[in-house]
Design a protein around this ligand. Structure first.
Ligand SMILES: [Zn+2]
Length: 389
């Protein structure tokens, strides 16, 4: 439990005190007001002394003392959920929802809270039923749709996720194109895995229709074309993907370069890599271009080419390539030193994460299109910099 949840309770606690006073006139209310105020200030004191656990206990007591007030109970339920006590939160919100004196709006708020409890408890079926019921109420439709999209993602029911994302775009004007494209890509990859390449291609095209800048869909279409021996369209898709987001070059080049070779198009490869070297934040384009220099002009030209560019773009991968090119089969007294240098450079690369989420910082070793940690789509990219790609 962070401090932020406690600060959320402060206005509630103050409001409870005010309410107790307003009901006043009666001696009981006066006593209650005084008791709540004392409790409130002791809680505040714990907070100021950075004792959040004790402060939390005090604020829980305040909410329990004031069992009749809707907002206080709402805050208490929220606290239970945040502490992971979802059973208590569910019971409290169910009880709140069934109180006869609630206004229609209060009943709706209790229901939305209950949905959050179900989500947190992993009771997705119940949450789905609840939010589906809420879809008919215009004012809450967008919130319900966002929750339903989240539920169908967790259930990997991509067709229903697409349907809800399209409804959300109509209901709220939210730009859901990139999300819908990712869902189509999920379906396309499923089709590809079961060998249905026509369906995979159709679904990837649908992804592009939803979001023409979807790197994943271009990569997928490029790979499908490449597997079918259609290198011209494959190159177009791979080049487009790199143009949209050069950060993915290290992913793209391993597929793109063989297609250039298959069509015997070195001049096109050279032009593309020269262009990408200007836009690449890493060294993927530089390393591929240096391999071409090596093939065309020999090792020492390639070393010179790399050395010239590595001054502006220091890179462990680049230096490793220079060492490999400079000492291909070193023997004798320098051999030991070169082996040590190679080993050290490899270790530097091994210790660095290959990818990082630009939303939450999660660093997986493999590319995920949806971050396993924060659930964002398209936020994980290859890591660049000295020890990166
Ligand atoms: Zn993340």
């Amino acid at each position: 439990m962070g401090h932020e949840a406690l600060w959320l309770l402060l206005p509630i606690a103050a409001w409870s005190g005010w309410l107790a006073g307003r009901r006043g006139g009666e001696r009981r209310s006066g006593e209650r007001f005084s008791r709540l105020s004392q409790t409130y200030f002791s809680g505040l004191n714990y907070l100021l002394n950075e004792q959040p656990d004790k402060a939390l206990e005090v604020f829980l007591k305040i909410a329990e003392l004031d069992s009749e007030t809707f907002e206080t109970q709402l805050a208490l339920g929220n606290l239970f959920r945040r502490r992971g006590e979802t059973d208590r939160a569910i019971r409290l919100h169910q009880d709140l929802y069934s109180r006869p004196k609630l206004s229609a709006e209060q009943r709706m708020i209790a229901l939305l809270e209950l949905g959050e409890d179900y989500m947190r408890a992993g009771l997705l079926d119940r949450a789905e039923a609840l939010y589906t019921d809420l879809l008919v109420i215009d004012r809450h439709a967008s919130a319900a749709l966002r929750h339903l999209i989240s539920i169908y993602q967790q259930e990997r029911d991509w067709n229903r996720a697409i349907e809800m994302a399209e409804r959300l775009r109509t209901a709220s004007g939210d730009t859901t194109g990139s999300l819908i494209a990712q869902f189509h890509c999920e379906l396309a990859e499923q089709a590809r895995a079961r060998g249905d390449t026509d369906e995979a291609r159709r679904l990837a095209q649908q992804a592009l229709a939803a979001d023409p800048r979807c790197v994943r869909a271009h990569l997928l279409l490029g790979r499908l074309a490449c597997a079918a021996g259609s290198h011209e369209p494959a190159i177009r898709h791979f080049e487009k993907a790199a143009e949209i987001d050069p950060d993915f070059l290290s992913e793209i080049l391993s597929d793109l370069l063989p297609s250039y070779e298959a069509l015997v198009r070195p001049e096109r490869a050279r032009a593309f890599l020269d262009l990408m070297m200007q836009r690449d934040r890493g060294v993927a384009a530089l390393l591929a271009r240096s391999a071409m220099v090596e093939g065309e002009q020999g090792r020492s030209e390639a070393v010179g080419f790399l050395a010239e560019h590595l001054h502006q773009r220091p890179s462990v991968r680049g230096v490793l390539k220079v060492v490999d090119l400079s000492f291909p089969d070193e023997s004798g007294e320098r051999a030991e030193a070169i082996v040590l240098i190679r080993e050290l450079l490899h270790r530097l690369l091994e210790r660095k994460p290959g990818y990082r989420c630009n939303r939450c910082g999660f660093s997986p070793r493999a590319l995920h299109w949806q971050c396993p940690s924060c659930k964002s789509w398209g936020s994980i990219k290859p890591v660049h910099g000295v020890a990166g790609e």
